[in-house]
Design a protein around this ligand. Sequence first.
Ligand code: ZN
Ligand code: ZN
Length: 251
Amino acid sequence: MGCKVETLADRYDLTAPGSGDHSLDEYLVARWTGRDGRSADGYKSLTEWFNKRVLKELYAEVDRETLGVHLDREYELITGDDDVAYDELAAALAADGLDVERIENELISWSTMRHHLKGCLEADKNTNEAKTDWESNTVEVARQQTEEKAQSVLSSLASKERLADAESAEVDVQVKLGCSDCSVRVPFDEAVERGYVCEQHVSDEDEKETTVDSWKNTLSSVITPYGAVEAVQCLILEEPSLLETLLLPAF
Ligand SMILES: [Zn+2]
Ligand SMILES: [Zn+2]
C-alpha cells in the first residue's frame, strides 16, 4: 500500500520534468535537499508543485486549459479563502465536468509530502550536520516521541468512539519558533538552517543571543482540541508549549 503521493503519481502517471533520467521520487528528494544544485525547497513548495501536476492532469482529462498561468491562478482559488471566487470557479469547473470537491480530495497536504519524503523515501536533508547538532537532535527526538505517543493513543480513542476517524489519522507534530515582536512563526529546523526566526525583527543584539534557551522564551504553540494529545505532550515534555500538534486525516 503506497501513500497518497504514490497513489496519485500512479493514477496520473506523474513523472519528473525534463529529460526523464530521474524518477519522480528522485526529483522530489533532489529538490528537497537542494542536491539538484539549486537552493533546497520546503515541503510547501514541493506540495504545491505536486498538486499543480495533479490539477493539470485533471484538467487535461476534460480538455480544460492547462497553461501555467491559468493553473496557478485557479490552484490559488481552490486552496484559498476567497469564497466568492471559489464559488465562481466551482461553477466554471462544473461546466467542464469537474467537481471541485473531488479535485480538493485529490490534493495532498504538506504533511503528506513530508511523510512521503521522510517516511516512505527515508530521505534526510542534513545527514552530516544532524550528527553533530545536538540542539536540533534533542528537539527532533522529542518531536518524534510526541508523534509516536499521540499515534499510540489513536486506536484507543477510536475504540471509545471519541474520535471517529482516529485510526486513519496521521499525527503530525511540528516545533515552531515564534517572533516575540510579531506573528511570524517558522518551523524550528528552518529557523536554525537560516540562522534567524524573524527577518524583520532580527537585530545584531538578538543575533548574539540566538541560542536555544533564548528561543524557548519566544516559543509559541497551537494545540488542537484533542485533550489526549495535549496530555501526552505534558507527560513527555518538560516544556509542553514547545510542541504543536496537528491531527490530520491521512487521506
Ligand atoms: Zn509515500
Ligand atoms: Zn518579527
